[in-house]
Ligand binder design. Structure first.
Ligand code: SF4
Length: 68
């Protein structure tokens, strides 16, 4: 099933846990110490990695949502 990644940059504290869990989806902007969402609609095979990145974000800046 397809899904999308929702990111609230304003909440990001720059821990980079998301990047460690899912480098295919996240990048990091060193200039402002915030994550960058590279892929908003990742392929279904990346679902568990995307969920891990949301779970591991201490700032709760990431959510996963079903998409059609
Ligand atoms: S884990 Fe959360 S707080 Fe840390 S860089 Fe990623 S989005 Fe930002």
């Amino acid at each position: 099933m397809s899904f999308k990644v929702l990111f609230e940059p304003g909440k990001c504290q720059g821990y980079a846990n998301c990047l460690i869990e899912a480098p295919e989806i996240w990048d990091f902007d060193d200039s402002n110490d915030r994550a960058v969402l590279k892929v908003e609609n990742p392929e279904p095979g990346l679902r568990s990695k995307a969920e891990a990145s949301a779970r591991c974000c201490p700032a709760q800046a990431i959510r996963i949502e079903e998409s059609s």
